[in-house]
Design a protein around this ligand. Structure first.
Ligand code: SF4
Length: 203
């Protein structure tokens, strides 16, 4: 399949289960050809916090679950540092639900084809807070292209009625191992404390 798309008007889904079922059968972009599994979501659909990353990587594609593998383990440590319960307090998903070959960034046409599922997830989960991890997720939700290093840690308003904070993607943190003050990891630790504070205020 080429970049050819089948952009029918998005259906009105009544439940996340119905959205997931549609995504699992989806062949609306070329990523369906190389995927092992559709990676739809993890966590609690009633959570106040949604975390949105770019796309499944190899481990996620094999497991059918977002945020696993080395980056997922680091992500778990970050959550632990913020005393955030991965199973109860977060709903996790990606901008595109199928793995791009060789972990390349998803193409604009693929993001557009998959957007109906992300929008349905936002509509049905209705999070109060959203973390967008990495540049693709930032652009998809906030429509800004500023470097994450400049805008991370800042809360933005978005069209979905939630407060949105850009954060570094865990794979970026794996490549930048320093924990010195001012390093990406150190900044991420500060950001997660701020998220905990906001969750506490909501509770
Ligand atoms: S990435 Fe999204 S639009 Fe493309 S085939 Fe997978 S579920 Fe469908």
């Amino acid at each position: 399949m080429s970049e050819q798309l089948h952009l029918a008007p998005p259906p009105i889904w009544q439940s996340l289960e119905a959205v997931e079922s549609s995504a699992r059968a989806c062949r609306d972009c070329q990523l369906c050809q190389s995927r092992t599994n559709v990676v739809f979501s993890a966590g609690n659909a009633k959570a106040k916090l949604m975390i949105i990353a770019e796309a499944p990587g190899r481990n996620e594609d094999e497991a059918g679950v977002p945020f696993v593998g080395r980056a997922g383990k680091l992500f778990d440590k970050i959550l632990e540092a913020g005393r955030i319960d991965r199973e109860k307090e977060i709903y996790l998903c990606n901008v595109v639900k199928c793995r791009p070959p060789n972990n390349r960034p998803p193409a604009k046409a693929e993001i557009q084809a998959c957007r109906k599922y992300l929008e349905a997830q936002l509509e049905l989960v209705r999070p109060a807070l959203i973390l967008v991890a990495g540049a693709t997720a930032v652009e998809a939700i906030l429509d800004v292209k500023d470097p994450i290093s400049r805008i991370r840690g800042t809360w933005f308003d978005c069209q979905f009625g939630a407060k949105v904070m850009p954060v570094f993607h865990p794979t970026y943190l794996l490549r930048n191992d320093s924990k010195e003050i001012g390093s990406p990891k150190w900044l991420m630790w500060q950001d997660i404390q701020e998220v905990r504070k906001q969750l506490d205020l909501l509770n």
